[in-house]
Design a protein around this ligand. Structure first.
Ligand SMILES: [Zn+2]
Length: 518
């Protein structure tokens, strides 16, 4: 059991669906790191042999699965031939839920909200999109034997990228601009354009419930099976800015009298939550009387947090300097949610231009800088007017600091979660050294005490988690009142068994590769 990497197969006689098909982060980390990765040239072999993908023959992209592949693999205990998957119900665009869609056969459609589909495309357009994170479109590979090579490898073909079929809730509400974005060729040579479909094309009767999480567009799913309704929560919270969405989900799911609820349990150990409003107040308190530069470090794609810092920028008469990938995401979001500010019109937002060594920057990057040309600021602009900016940087952007050279006493506000593993602890160790080097004052930053990394008591409350705390999760379970509760996405699923005894809800803990019958 781990947090992240959800892949759940739902079978109802002949009909089959996946509930998310995510990238299993902690399992990856067991074997791999930044410079030790599965070999793209080996197709699916590494992932299957190392147990990172389930041994389900027939569900994967045929360009990564030539005739010999399955013969090379020792038959795993859970090997199965599986055909006619009706689709993947994707809950949101975090890679631990979406990443491994990259490997699925392109005939398998992805069901999601329009926002999730668009964010997945924006992430891929503007990111590195390694071969194991090509969710929306992918570069087909062909097994070829290069001249002089003794053995073949899966090499990227030059025939152009292929787009996956997405079926989105409320398809008819998409504007023409949104449709254009979906078809737009940003980084790929050629795209066989696939239209978007509606979720009612699914062989199951589906309900898509928008919920609140730390990325826009998250949803829970209701699936009508021959044994009754199954509800899958995805990741959710009640304490966020759009907590009313999660509350509405609970009410509507309750009305379906579900046979089963598959519920997340990331934060079962937390007793309380910090709200986004508290984040705003605490961060404003810290930034309000700051002199010099302010750097705000918050999770990627957390648009709510970006808007919180935008408000603080307005309140403190600073400019929020965002990176081009954030600008690209905001622009994409605005196609679907007109409440998202228009960068061109919003006087408190500017675009920070990173130093590049490429003569031919990526298409999306060029277009973004062109579109907001008048709003672009350079390191030297920030360097010479440090108290005018809140710079949206994370750990990965620190290498820009030698161009800025923050004044002593500048502030680094950390508005994200504590380290969860040794690699992240190592990153924090480096971050502290960067701050020390430039004389930056950290605020809300985890520090090492007696071997643990913790945020000092007086600097807490700068991060609202994307996940509901223990008492909220129990409330969700009790209100929806399924006959059976199946906890997922948790390191302590027994929390539910311990706390829901006598509630009339039957708790079934799932196992990896195991089956729960309902
Ligand atoms: Zn998530």
């Amino acid at each position: 059991m781990e947090i992240g990497g959800n892949k759940i197969l739902l079978e109802d006689d002949e009909r089959k669906l996946f509930l998310d098909f995510g990238y299993p982060y902690s399992k990856y980390r067991t074997y791999y790191e930044e410079y030790l990765k599965p070999r793209p040239g080996a197709g699916l072999l590494d992932l299957l042999v190392m147990g990172l993908l389930p041994h389900l023959e027939g569900i994967y992209r045929t360009d990564l699965e030539t005739g010999g592949l399955w013969r090379q693999i020792r038959q795993a205990e859970h090997h199965r031939r599986l055909e006619d998957i009706g689709g993947v119900l994707l809950t949101h665009a975090h890679l631990d839920h979406s990443g491994h869609i990259s490997f699925l056969n392109e005939d398998i459609p992805v069901y999601s909200t329009a926002t999730t589909a668009f964010i997945a495309k924006a992430i891929q357009d503007s990111g590195r999109a390694d071969f194991d994170q090509q969710v929306c479109y992918f570069t087909p590979r062909a097994e070829e034997c290069l001249k002089g090579w003794k053995q073949g490898a899966y090499v990227a073909s030059s025939s152009g990228d292929r787009q996956r079929r997405f079926c989105v809730a409320e398809r008819s509400r998409l504007t023409e601009g949104a449709e254009r974005f979906w078809r737009e060729v940003i980084r790929h040579k050629k795209l066989d354009s696939q239209s978007l479909d509606d979720i009612d094309t699914c062989s199951f009767n589906l309900r898509c419930f928008p919920v609140d999480h730390s990325i826009p567009g998250a949803c829970a799913w209701g699936i009508e099976t021959s044994s009754g309704w199954l509800i899958y929560s995805g990741d959710l919270r009640l304490h966020g800015k759009r907590g009313n969405l999660s509350e509405a989900f609970m009410r509507e799911a309750t009305r379906l009298h579900p046979r089963a609820l598959v519920l997340e349990g990331t934060n079962v150990d937390r007793r309380t939550n910090v709200s986004e409003q508290e984040v705003y107040e605490n961060a404003l308190g810290a930034i309000g009387d700051a002199r010099g530069l302010v750097i705000a470090d918050f999770p990627a794609r957390d648009v709510d947090r970006l808007l919180t810092f935008l408000q603080i920028a307005r309140d403190t008469k600073r400019k929020l300097a965002i990176l081009p990938k954030d600008a690209y995401l905001l622009k994409t979001m605005r196609l679907l949610e007109p409440d998202i500010p228009d960068i061109a019109e919003e006087s408190a937002i500017v675009l920070y231009q990173e130093t590049t060594a490429s003569k031919t920057p990526a298409q999306w990057l060029k277009k973004t800088y062109e579109e907001y040309f008048g709003k672009v600021v350079l390191a030297k602009d920030v360097a010479s007017n440090q108290s005018d900016f809140i710079l949206c940087f994370s750990f990965w952007d620190l290498n820009e600091l030698p161009s800025i050279q923050p004044r002593t006493g500048s502030l680094y506000v950390f508005s994200s979660s504590e380290p969860h593993n040794e690699e992240q602890q190592m990153d924090f160790w480096r971050l502290h050294h960067w701050l020390e080097h430039f004389g930056l004052r950290g605020f809300g930053l985890p520090v090492q005490r007696n071997g643990n990394w913790e945020i000092p008591e007086e600097e807490k409350g700068l991060h609202a988690s994307g996940h509901a705390c223990g008492p909220d999760l129990l409330r969700i379970a009790r209100e929806i009142r399924p006959e059976t509760l199946i906890p997922v996405h948790s390191e302590k699923p027994e929390f539910y068994t311990d706390n829901l005894g006598g509630s009339g809800i039957d708790i079934v803990l799932p196992t990896e590769d195991g089956t729960v019958e309902i």
